[in-house]
Design a protein around this ligand. Structure first.
Ligand code: HEM
Length: 222
């Protein structure tokens, strides 16, 4: 680092404590770990990538039955690098579900959910549910046959829940059938409610990971 840059960092640190934040977040003590311990950070990276590509897609995507499919065709064929942004968002969604699930398996296999990390695990459970919710609501947005019928079937499965099934089905669909109302509410939930929940939960999750430190790999008898 040049002396000038060092002086600037010192100046900023005196006023904003940036070095303390840096050492707390990035310069932590980590026990001897292996590649499976990178899956949490991989999940984080994928979430950030989904947010970035999703924001770009929202510039051209139109959430109405008449325009949704056409707007996606337009993104794929006419928008500069639209195919790339959509491709990354599409495959990133599948990858994120797989990676988050593998991260959970790693935590389970090494017993990292035990004291004092029960709350970290609990926030993780909600993160998994939110990730799957994002996948489910996003699937309808292209408004093609596959999307429409997947949502019709998925929501009707929810409808079979005893006692509250009918109520839940109406809440999800916004009525009896999969219609314009379903598309707009899935869009709203996909771009506002669930991402807000995801990033809020990720903040809590990472705070707990830093506060409690990474667990060490259990020995044979532990
Ligand atoms: C979007 C989803 C998620 C993100 C971004 C995320 C992120 C992370 C990161 C960066 C770490 C530290 C590094 C590592 O151990 O890999 C971590 C640790 C942890 N995560 Fe997650 N995670 C997610 C989902 C989950 C899920 C689904 C569970 C369990 C149900 C979970 C439970 C835990 C626990 C218990 C730890 C502490 C592990 C230890 O101390 O060894 N996480 N997470």
């Amino acid at each position: 680092m040049t002396p000038r840059a060092e002086r600037f960092i010192d100046w900023l640190d005196e006023r904003a404590g940036v070095l303390t934040v840096w050492t707390t977040v990035f310069d932590r003590k980590i026990p001897k770990v292996n590649w499976w311990y990178t899956l949490g950070s991989a999940s984080f990276f994928l979430a950030a990538m989904q947010a970035a590509t999703g924001i770009f897609l929202s510039v051209y995507y139109v959430p109405t039955p008449e325009e949704a499919y056409i707007s996606i065709e337009y993104i794929m064929n006419d928008v500069a690098f639209g195919w790339l942004v959509r491709g990354v968002h599409h495959w990133g969604a599948t990858l994120m579900v797989v990676v988050v699930f593998l991260h959970m398996l790693r935590v389970f296999y090494y017993g990292a959910y035990k004291y004092p990390r029960e709350v970290t695990w609990l926030t993780g459970v909600f993160l998994l549910l939110v990730t799957m919710g994002l996948g489910f609501t996003g699937y309808l947005l292209p408004w093609n046959q596959r999307a429409y019928w997947a949502t019709a079937v998925g929501t009707s499965i929810v409808g079979t829940v005893p006692l509250v099934g009918d109520f839940l089905l109406r809440v999800l669909r916004g009525g009896e059938d999969v219609t314009l109302v379903t598309l707009t509410r899935f869009f709203g939930v996909h771009i506002w409610f669930l991402p807000a929940a995801l990033f809020g939960l990720m903040g809590a999750h990472l705070y707990l990971v830093i506060r409690n430190g990474i667990s060490y790999m259990p020995k044979r008898d532990e």
